[in-house]
Design a binder for this molecule. Sequence first.
Ligand code: AHR
Length: 358
Amino acid sequence: MKKGLLGMMTAAAMTAAMVLSGCSGSQTAATTAAPAGETKTEAAKTEAAKTEAPKTEEKKDLLVVGFSQVGAESDWRTANTESMKSTFTEANGYKLIFDDAQQKQENQLKAVRNFIQQDVDYIVIAPVTETGWDTVLQEAKDAGIPVIIVDRMIDVSDDSLYTAWVGSNFLQEGYDAVAWLGDYLKKNNRSDDDINIVTLQGTIGSSAQIGRTDGVEEKMKDYPKWKMLERQTGEFTQAKGQEVMESFLKTYQDIDVVIAENDNMAFGAIDAIKAAGKTCGPKGDIIIISFDAVAAAFDSMIAGDMNVSVECNPLHGPRVAEIIQKLEKGESVDKIAYVQEGVYPADTAAQEKPKRAY
Ligand code: AHR
């Protein structure tokens, strides 16, 4: 690690640790009594000197964290950005340099190089895609700056190029979606039906897309009556999700299930389905399976439009901060840490919504 072992702990790190642990620092209150043996005049002079002397300011030497964010493509991403920004505050002992890559890896590479130039204490990356990171992460390593990967994963030849990763098990999310559909069809006496599926994929090459697509594909093999008619990317946005769904609806008359690899694309798909004069949700023609479980997905389920949302938890700010604090203390951290996530079907949405934090 670059600067952070306990013996070398910066004032900023100590401040951060104190803020997190609720300590109030080590400054003592200035005394106003004259030291014994001094005359009143001397005491007054001492007092005046104390008043005039510059106050010992707590060093505003914050831990500098450069965060390269994917973009602002979805409700999930907004919640993730908010979690990072509300965690890495000056009050918590950090200076956050935030960069929005607008869903382009080239922007992320530029941002990381800027962070290296600015000699930040930590680089945090939510990577757009998995590949293409080796060179820039080698540069960060050469500069002695620890890199923490959050949310999506990276695919690098040398694992020492990053210190830790925390995020979702996207493959498991894909498995969960198939398990839910299998149970749902069984409950509705449709296990023997031919089931036609279309998928709105996320950004191609992102872990969220790869894991969900692969998870569904793998587990679908257990259901020979299910057919994947087509997969196309909707780039994790509502507008593109709607556009792709419109084209699916023109091509296929008999879609039974839409798998949208995030909630925002599902919202777009639902708009397209309604505009085409079809219905969706538990009482409709088309089953909608989604991922993320953001607040608006619960509204959609309560409204009867969406069938299920498989959770992807975006509240990574405190998780990344915990990793940084451990590193600052010279403690070891898990190289890979998966977040626990649930599956939220429409029939539980009304009771679950009030408990949701995003
Ligand atoms: O990487 C997490 C995915 O990215 C979320 O499912 C999606 O909404 C976001 O854009």
